[in-house]
Design a protein around this ligand. Structure first.
Ligand code: UD1
Length: 422
């Protein structure tokens, strides 16, 4: 297994290009299942999660070709030869469940494995299931698989989600594009990835309004056609690299970044004394003098502070002046990075969903272990600010969501390298 070695203490200067969003791409790819015409996605990120989704789509009979070194994905679902998403693929990546809505809508039937346990919490599927049932699907759980069918097709409905789940919103919106009549989805998720998916579906001929608000209205159409769509910038990659100069000092321009993708996060960086400004090509982040200041953070659905940036923010607050309180409201078990940061000298107390971080002057390099995708990058960020060497092992988590981390950071002056394992 590969590991990443970081030697801390260098200020960062330079530019980092922001890739297309993993989470947008993982929802856009299954949209191919809704049409028998080709879907081309440009600005795709080159990540192992994208390869997992390609495998899954191919297992259903779709064709997935990568072009321009993986930046362009050419998808085609002319014939669907299999309607079962197998456990072996789904257990690797929860976003595999995003084939459920499109398969049901196009083929009237789908069998999708439940994803099983996930390191950051239980993550059930009840909101997906009740939304699709409201559209007329019958769904049963047998042998660990959801067996869904809609023999008479799906029909529009008024649905109110008990929580604004990102995945459930994506599944229901995709399914409703081909349902008979109008669907009104209330308490819909508003994340930029949903807006991006809706834009693509609209280019494919879907009739949808209200994306980015709490109520999305979908007028079902008979069929969708082919399209070419550029994947929106990855706001989580953006936020992660915004923390890098904040924690290590210096100034970095994030090319392709936009403040409106991360409103609450940018406000918190500002409150912590980090300078964030828009440039012609993206966002510039700088920390001129001294340490960052402590700030309190509470994760929330968009436009709130993203749970996917909580670990990275914690890394920053470990060396901030004062005491910060971080509250995690989206996932019940998402502080696994805290004990690893404590091995580097951080002072953190975790009680349930709340972590209290007492800032220290300096972290110290240590061998640490990545436990999930965002936790692993938070340890790399902490390593940038630590004295001595930090070795982050189990970085396969990292490769699911970040392309070329070590190149992007070393391009700005960080001392970081990947050690290839067996
Ligand atoms: C997506 C993102 C993930 C991010 C999360 C929250 C993708 C591929 N992944 O995940 O990176 O951390 O949004 O911003 O886009 N829940 C239920 N029942 C359901 C569905 C969800 O109880 O049917 C709960 C989950 O257990 C979790 C919370 O709702 O506690 C948020 O989940 P959801 O918004 O669905 O996240 P994902 O779509 O899985």
């Amino acid at each position: 297994m590969d590991s990443i070695v970081v030697r801390g203490g260098q200020e960062l200067q330079g530019r980092i290009p922001i890739a297309g969003a993993k989470n947008a791409c993982l929802a856009l790819m299954p949209a191919t299942l809704l049409s028998d015409e080709p879907l081309t996605l440009t600005n795709a990120p080159r990540l192992s999660d994208i390869r997992t989704m390609s495998l899954l789509l191919r297992s259903l009979g779709a064709e997935v070709a990568t072009m321009q070194d993986g930046r362009v994905l050419a998808l085609s679902s002319h014939d669907l030869s299999n309607l079962t998403a197998d456990y072996d693929i789904v257990r690797k990546m929860r976003a595999s469940n995003l084939v459920l809505g499109p398969l049901l809508a196009r083929a009237g039937r789908a069998v999708v494995s439940l994803p099983g346990g996930c390191a950051i919490g239980a993550r059930p599927m009840d909101i997906h299931i009740s939304g699709l049932e409201a559209l007329g699907a019958r769904i049963e759980l047998r042998d660990g698989y959801l067996h869904a069918e809609a023999p008479k097709g799906l029909r529009g409905a008024v649905i109110e989600q008990r929580f604004a789940s990102v995945g459930a919103t994506e599944n229901v919106v995709m399914a409703a594009t081909l349902a008979r009549g109008t669907t009104v989805l209330k308490n819909a998720a508003r994340e930029p990835e949903i807006v991006d998916l809706v834009r693509c579906l609209r280019t494919m001929g879907a009739e949808i309004e209200g994306e980015g608000t709490e109520t999305v209205t979908i007028e079902g159409v008979d069929r969708l056609h082919g399209a070419t769509h550029p994947v929106v910038a990855d706001r989580i990659e953006l936020g992660t690299y915004m923390i890098a100069p904040a924690i290590a000092g210096g100034a970095v321009e994030l090319v392709g970044g936009r403040i409106d993708l991360l409103p609450a996060f940018c406000e918190k960086l500002d409150a912590a004394g980090i300078s964030v400004s828009e440039t012609a090509e993206g966002i510039r982040v700088a920390r001129a003098n001294g340490r960052a200041r402590a700030v309190d953070v509470r994760t929330a659905v968009f436009p709130g502070f993203p749970t996917d940036l909580q670990a990275q923010m914690m890394a920053l607050l470990c060396t901030a002046e004062g005491t910060s309180v971080l509250e995690e409201t989206i996932f019940e078990n998402r502080f696994m990075h805290a004990p690893e940061l404590m091995r580097m000298g951080a002072r953190i107390e975790v009680h349930g969903g709340t972590a209290t971080v007492h800032g220290v002057d300096r972290l110290k390099g240590a061998p640490v272990m990545a436990t999930d995708l965002r936790a692993s990058v938070s340890l790399i960020l902490a390593g940038l600010a630590a004295e001595g060497e930090t070795v982050v092992s189990r970085v396969y988590h990292l490769d699911r969501g970040y392309e070329r981390v070590e190149e992007k950071l070393s391009g700005c002056g960080a001392t970081i390298e990947r050690i290839r394992g067996e």
